[in-house]
Design a protein around this ligand. Structure first.
Ligand SMILES: C[S@@+](CC[C@H](N)C(=O)[O-])C[C@H]1O[C@@H](n2cnc3c(N)ncnc32)[C@H](O)[C@@H]1O
Length: 168
């Protein structure tokens, strides 16, 4: 598994274009799809997309909007993925990880993503950095920032290639 983590907010179009490479495209798992801001774009880029969100309302609404063939929507928790081992060529999580309530849950999600990726699969996460502005912005929701320093140590034992951090 190759890991790319960009620690800064990037717009969803930029995120989707980051997967514009043959290596990513066969079957993409989108984690924390929410209302689906990137889903359509991913659907254009990939042969097949599975979009997952833990929120029933988001998953139901998004499921009604997609074709169900090239893009399917699943309600589920990133920390206990209801998906088979070795399925996906790539996984992308846009602004989801800081919503997991603890580093332990984030680690479970990392392990689950590793489990469902094919050998040499690629994981791309886009996150926002820690800081007062992002903390204030999440006063009414969850904010457990994923810092490059911590995630490097948490992922390096799993991955075939060292994680690559790219500020956006
Ligand atoms: C900030 S939104 C990002 C939505 C979308 N990726 C975007 O960029 O527009 C975070 C999403 O992650 C979802 N989420 C939070 N915790 C999750 C979990 N444990 N498993 C799956 N999805 C989760 C939330 O329901 C929400 O839709």
């Amino acid at each position: 598994m190759v890991l790319w983590v960009a620690v800064l907010a990037l717009c969803n179009t930029a995120a989707a274009s980051a997967v514009d490479s043959r290596r990513f495209r066969a079957w993409v798992l989108e984690l924390g799809a929410g209302p689906g801001a990137a889903t359509k774009e991913l659907g254009h880029l990939a042969t097949r997309v599975t979009s997952l969100d833990c929120d029933h309302a988001f998953a139901a609404k998004l499921g009604a909007r997609v074709d169900g063939v090239s893009v399917t929507v699943v309600q589920g928790d990133a920390a206990t993925l209801p998906l088979s081992d070795g399925t996906f060529s790539s996984a992308i999580a846009i602004l989801m990880f800081h919503h997991l309530r603890s580093e332990q849950l984030q680690d479970l999600a990392f392990a689950e993503i590793w489990r469902v990726l094919r050998p040499a699969g690629v994981f791309l996460a886009l996150e926002i950095p820690d800081g007062w502005l992002n903390r204030v912005g999440h006063i009414r929701s969850t904010f457990v920032p994923v810092t490059p320093a911590s995630v490097f140590a948490r992922l390096t034992p799993r991955v075939a290639q060292a994680p690559d951090f790219r500020p956006g």
